[in-house]
Design a binder for this molecule. Structure first.
Ligand SMILES: Cc1cc2nc3c(=O)[nH]c(=O)nc-3n(C[C@H](O)[C@H](O)[C@H](O)COP(=O)(O)O)c2cc1C
Length: 395
């Protein structure tokens, strides 16, 4: 083999330096990139509050590992344009995706719920404000907002809350039913987390490495539950235990139907049996969910319930699913198995913690691109083409 000295003209194109991107939102290619960036921007106790699950976090891990069972059966040489548009509760949505309710959102980033609502509105998807939110329903604006309700011991107060959501223009009511008592979130207990966060020696030490987060916390509106008067600074588990009604039953649903005449979604269904009961009380949709593994540990992975529940009640109500959705491929899989839409909780909080509204927008755009790519690769041009001929769960 004869060798020669390379010429400059040949070397130069190989030496073009790649621009160094310092902005973590722009640099992110996947949701795990945003998760890693988020962990560097907020105190450990805040990140753990988002990230953690109940007890041994078995459900939390299973929610995710269930997606390893997904197998696509692609159809090739299909051609044509991709359309991710669908309808959710009768309203058009640009993606089969909803931003799930998460409590205490302004603790993750001072821009809080208004930033999430804005990103959702721009992306043409619904967002559900939590009862435990840090923005009041009256102060939130968006095109397709849902209100998530916990039933309180004080029914008059619960009714007022529903009325406030209706008057503020919220389209759907999401009743969360997997929280008769708060889950045992061991990370929060170990971190001594309270809402609002208290300044202790350890939070101050941790805060020293996250000065921007503390600066934003201390120089914007004080953190508080915006829909009700909190009771000082409490551990997250104490708040639920003090205020939520653990004796709510299916008979209360008739009452709720009287005070709310819009679309009703029941969130936290974990069996075919209860999905059938939801259909009997004329719910418009169920969310198959174990609260992101934050309540009962060792419940079923919601993804594995999609097919049996859709088969049983899919003709009577819409079936949504959440827990562990981290890629657009996951959305394609859940929809293919029978879900009308997926909800995400932690993923948009990763974006929010990293870059406020821009971060949430980035999360949605990553998921959108991944979903479009998956649809192209499995040969599905429309959301309705995603069905069981293209997706199954391996045994
Ligand atoms: C920090 C955090 C707070 C949450 N707060 C609520 C809440 O107030 N009400 C509710 O119904 N679900 C709440 N959830 C559960 C989410 O709505 C959703 O079911 C769950 O996050 C989905 O799992 P994923 O995080 O793996 O996407 C919360 C989840 C997280 C991570």
């Amino acid at each position: 083999m004869t060798r020669r000295v390379p010429r400059w003209r040949e070397l130069r194109p190989l030496l073009q330096p790649r621009g160094l991107e310092l902005d973590p939102v722009k640099r992110a290619h996947t949701l795990s990139d945003l998760r890693a960036a988020a962990g560097k921007r907020v105190p450990k106790a805040v990140f753990d509050y988002v990230e953690g699950g109940a007890d041994d976090e078995i459900s939390l891990r299973r929610n995710r590992s269930a997606f390893d069972r997904v197998e696509f059966s692609p159809q090739v040489l299909v051609g044509g344009d991709i359309d991710t548009g669908t309808t959710i509760l009768g309203e058009p949505a640009e993606l089969p995706l909803v931003l799930a309710p998460t409590g205490y959102t302004r603790m993750m980033h001072h821009a809080g719920e208004p930033a999430v609502a804005q990103a959702a509105a721009e992306a043409g998807i619904p967002y559900a404000l939590s009862t435990m939110g840090t923005t009041a329903p009256e102060d939130l604006h968006g095109d397709n907002l849902w209100f998530q309700l916990y039933v309180w011991r004080d029914r008059g107060f619960t009714k007022d809350m529903v009325g406030r959501a209706r008057d503020a223009g919220f389209r759907a009511l999401v009743l969360t039913v997997d929280t008769p008592v708060p889950g045992n979130r061991v990370r929060d207990i170990r971190n001594g987390l309270t809402l609002p966060p208290r300044l202790s020696l350890s939070t101050l030490l941790d805060g020293a490495t996250k000065p921007r987060w503390w600066w934003n916390l201390l120089t914007t509106e004080p953190l508080r539950f915006a829909s009700f008067d909190g009771d000082g600074s409490l551990a997250p588990s104490d708040i639920g235990a003090k205020m939520f009604d653990r004796d709510v039953t299916w008979t209360d649903l008739a009452w709720l139907r009287e005070v709310w005449d819009g679309p009703l979604v029941i969130k936290g269904i974990q069996s075919v049996r209860d999905a059938k009961k939801a259909a009997e009380v004329a719910a418009d949709a169920v969310v198959l969910s174990n609260h992101g593994g934050r309540q009962l540990d060792r419940g079923p992975a919601p993804l594995e319930l999609v097919q049996p529940v859709a088969d049983e009640v899919g003709d009577r109500l819409e079936v949504f699913v959440d827990g562990g959705i981290r890629t657009g491929g996951d959305i394609a899989a859940a929809v293919g198995l029978g879900a009308k839409a997926c909800l995400i909780g932690r993923p948009y909080l990763y974006g929010l913690m990293t870059g406020g509204e821009r971060g949430v927008t980035k999360v949605i755009s990553i998921l959108r691109e991944e979903l479009e790519r998956t649809m192209r690769l499995v040969g599905a041009n429309a959301i309705t083409d995603l069905d069981r001929s293209r997706v199954r769960l391996r045994a």
